[in-house]
Design a protein around this ligand. Structure first.
Ligand code: RFL
Length: 407
């Protein structure tokens, strides 16, 4: 929510050069970059530390993103513990088709559960780099976005009062349901949205993965996916109607559908285990433009959401955060404005490229189950082409791994 002037009952407003709204991967990475350069900032987060360190979400991180974390001293645990993935496997027409992207390109993916990354980043920011952070704040409001001295106010859980913090710059990193994007609307920004008309039942199972790689089951009854997270926990997805009730998916139905849709000659069936997360995602994408308003800079899901079809959201959040963190440091330590001026354009080139790839991949996953024999035919042709045309395979690998030389 936004209002023109801060609520008056804060006794003495504090001041930080940067306030970061949201302690997800984007906000924490920006915070760590600022602290490493000796720039003070405050991170505000509506949830508790325990909650954000456990919230299950992404797992697939692209090589360039890990390199970016490493260059900023943020990948120590990740490089020790993450798994290197070198292939994925498509299953269609009752057969298995392994796509060995490492063999084709020399590149790989990292698999590291998002809660572990967030735990590492909070520890680095708050415990090692001495960054200020307030958890469990409520009713965050942004003020004075049109001027040179914006501010943020929030209800403090400790004082039960509205606290006001003045700043030079605001980083809006509060995800898809935060207040930063809303502060730009109406009339200040346009959100372009795409709905796939498809639901995914997102599942986390206490079970080892049934294969050493990501599996994509392109089945006439709907998509099924397996994304390994750790030797003990596996993420699965099952295509379902949008808005479906997770209660329509009892344990036995889930495992029967996973076995059927991921079934193929010579393939081990998914290892059954307790389902520790079960929720329906209505698949959609959006991009908000502009990502910058005055001294407010949006980053990550606050600015753009990409459905988990191609496992790109966390990667885009990190891409924004590297650019924004570095640009703020340049501005605040050297007076160099160029990074901030180029920030939005540099983010959006990769964002739109990844959005386009997600759309393309969605047809590969879902086209065969659309109930349209023509789409089923073209989808099968698209799938087969990946395994018959080296040019098509190279293009897929580049987009899947995010390795294009330029965006
Ligand atoms: P986050 O992670 O949502 O963090 C935003 C933080 O802001 C807090 N917040 C507020 N704080 C202060 N004031 C407010 N008013 C606030 N409102 C909210 C929230 O509590 C939260 O802590 O956004 P960020 O940092 O931009 O990071 C984005 C990623 O989390 C997201 O894109 C990925 O999780 C997407 N995603 C995946 N991405 C990948 O790259 N690879 C994957 O394998 C992958 N799998 C997934 C995914 C997302 C999923 N969900 C959520 C649909 C799997 C799933 C199931």
């Amino acid at each position: 929510m936004t209002q023109t002037s801060p609520h008056p009952n804060s006794p003495s407003p504090q001041r930080f050069p940067v306030v970061v709204v949201g302690a997800g991967p984007a906000g924490l990475t920006v915070g760590c970059i600022l602290r490493a350069a000796g720039v003070d900032c405050l991170v505000l987060e509506t949830e508790t530390r325990e909650f954000i360190e456990r919230r299950p979400r992404a797992g697939v991180i692209e090589e360039w993103a890990v390199r970016g974390l490493e260059q900023r001293g943020l990948a120590g645990n990740l490089l020790e513990r993450a798994e290197r993935h070198i292939a994925c496997e498509f299953r269609f027409a009752g057969e298995r088709f392994r796509f060995p992207y490492h063999e084709l390109t020399g590149r790989h993916h990292w698999v590291y559960p998002q809660p572990l990354l967030v735990t590492d980043l909070v520890h680095e920011y708050a415990d090692l780099r001495g960054g200020a952070i307030r958890f469990a704040v409520r009713d965050v409001m942004l003020h004075g976005l049109d001027g040179h001295s914006p501010s943020v106010s929030y209800m403090s859980p400790e004082t039960e009062r509205r606290e006001v913090v003045e700043c030079d710059f605001l980083a809006g990193c509060d995800g898809a349901r935060g207040v930063s994007r809303a502060a730009l609307q109406p009339g200040r920004a346009r959100t372009a949205r795409h709905d796939y008309g498809i639901g995914w039942l997102a599942l986390l199972a206490e079970a080892p993965p049934s294969a050493d790689c990501v599996l994509f089951g392109c089945h006439p009854d709907g998509f099924a996916g397996q994304m390994p997270r750790s030797p003990q926990v596996t993420r699965y997805y099952l295509q379902c109607p949008p808005g479906d009730d997770p209660d329509n998916w009892p344990h036995d139905r889930v495992w029967a559908e996973l076995r059927r849709r991921l079934g193929a000659d010579g393939a081990a069936p998914p290892a059954e285990g307790r389902l520790i997360e079960k929720r329906v995602l209505d698949m959609h994408d959006y991009v908000t433009e502009p990502m910058v308003h005055g001294r407010l800079f949006l980053a990550g899901d606050a600015a753009h959401l990409v459905a988990p079809i191609a496992a790109k959201g966390l990667n885009l959040a990190l891409h924004d955060a590297f650019l924004l963190g570095d640009a703020l440091v340049a501005r605040l330590t050297k007076g160099d404005d160029s990074g901030l001026a180029e920030y939005e354009a540099a983010c959006l080139r990769r964002v739109w490229d990844y959005q386009e790839f997600s759309q393309w991949l969605s047809e590969l996953y879902h086209g065969g189950a659309a109930g349209d024999p023509f789409r089923a035919g073209t989808t099968l042709a698209r799938l087969r082409r990946l395994f018959t045309s080296p040019a098509a395979a190279a293009a897929f690998a580049e987009q899947y791994l995010g390795t294009a030389e330029r965006y």
